[in-house]
Design a protein around this ligand. Structure first.
Ligand SMILES: *Cc1c(COP(=O)(O)O)cnc(C)c1O
Length: 339
């Protein structure tokens, strides 16, 4: 018999020939004891070995490539929890700078040094925040008028992304869907207005419909809505779901009005991890001014060493994406995003 010990001390044998590797990977229970980092790494890595490489994933708009320096910056920040603003105050400032840059790309009229907006995990959280703000503004107004506020609705085309179904279900706000047809491939303003009433908290046009890439005509909607609001006495606003378009239109079609230049557009959301060109998960939402962000949505906690005021569904969240976004802004510049 050949001496089978000849490979003892060989790192490869220690990993692939280990007792732990002879067991199936855990499915239901945490293993009894520890194993070496090398073995654990190999087991976890191998579980995903057979799937596609992210860069071969052509079914997503989400970023699968950032350059070496961006990746380095993000990896170096992987252990930073954004919410701990007192420990990492420079990141809180960087977040504010990103919000300013995004708000200005969308032609925010806000004069304050720090524009009104929030960091999110993706467009989903950002859409929810925009939707909740619209709902709370509507509710407050209804309460003040002594009118019922138990049947809110919003209007969107059937091209909506699933987040709006979640928003409708989780907050119990009726979703009114304007059909898309071969003749009307984007949200038809007149059809949308037919679905509005005193209980409509907002209309949600989409910039970059997930399924078609088409843009709802926000300018036409804004114009029709202006006449409608004047006639009815309502003040139904617009939240633009610009998950993809928010980082495309400002660069490619800066003259196209879909953003805060329009009267009734009070909030806009975007995915930083789509055409913001940052690894997942990152989203942004901005309001036209701080008067449109209801105070009830800012939560103050005395925690982690100071008073923190925060807007968001999540509390703890990764900070690395903020460094990634700020890096991309600096590194690519306006021209870089354009090409
Ligand atoms: C992708 C997308 C969303 C959801 O965005 P996430 O960043 O994945 O949460 C919402 N709306 C539209 C139009 C989208 O394309």
């Amino acid at each position: 018999m050949e001496d089978l010990n000849f490979r003892k001390g060989d790192a490869k044998t220690d990993v692939f020939g280990s007792d732990r590797m002879l067991q199936p990977s855990p499915i239901e229970k945490i293993p009894d004891g520890p194993t070496t980092p090398e073995v654990a790494y190999q087991m976890v890595k191998d579980e995903t070995f057979a799937q596609t490489q992210p860069r071969l994933n052509l079914a997503t708009f989400v970023t699968t490539y950032m350059d070496e320096y961006a990746t380095k910056l993000m990896n170096e920040a992987i252990n930073i929890n954004y919410i701990d603003e007192t420990e990492y105050p420079r990141i809180a400032v960087m977040n504010g700078k990103c919000i300013n840059i995004v708000a200005n790309l969308w032609n925010s009229p806000e004069k304050d040094t720090w524009k009104t907006g929030a960091l999110a995990i993706g467009s989903s959280e950002a859409c929810m925040l925009g939707g909740v703000a619209a709902w709370l503004r509507w509710r407050k107004k209804r309460q003040a008028q002594g009118k019922p506020f138990d049947k809110p609705n919003f209007v969107i085309s059937t091209g909506f992304q699933v987040v709006w179904e979640k928003f409708a279900q989780l907050w119990q706000i009726e979703m009114r869907e304007v059909p898309l047809t071969l003749e009307k491939t984007t949200l038809d303003p007149e059809e949308a207005l037919k679905m509005c009433d005193e209980n409509t908290i907002c209309i949600v046009p989409i910039q970059g419909v997930t399924w078609t890439g088409l843009n709802d005509d926000v300018e036409a909607l804004d114009k029709a809505l202006d006449a409608y609001n004047a006639k009815t006495g309502y003040d139904i606003p617009i939240h633009v779901d610009a998950a993809s378009g928010g980082f495309i239109l400002p660069f490619l079609y800066p003259e196209k009005k879909w953003d805060f230049r329009l009267k009734w557009v009070l909030s806009i959301s975007v995915s930083g991890h789509k055409f913001g060109l940052v690894y997942p998960g990152l989203g942004w939402v901005c309001w036209k001014g701080k008067e449109y962000l209801p105070e009830e949505m800012s939560f103050s906690v005395n925690y982690l060493g100071a008073n923190i005021t925060q807007v968001g569904l999540n509390f703890s969240r990764p900070a690395a994406q903020i460094l990634g976004q700020y890096y991309q802004f600096i590194s690519l510049g306006f021209q870089g995003y354009k090409v």
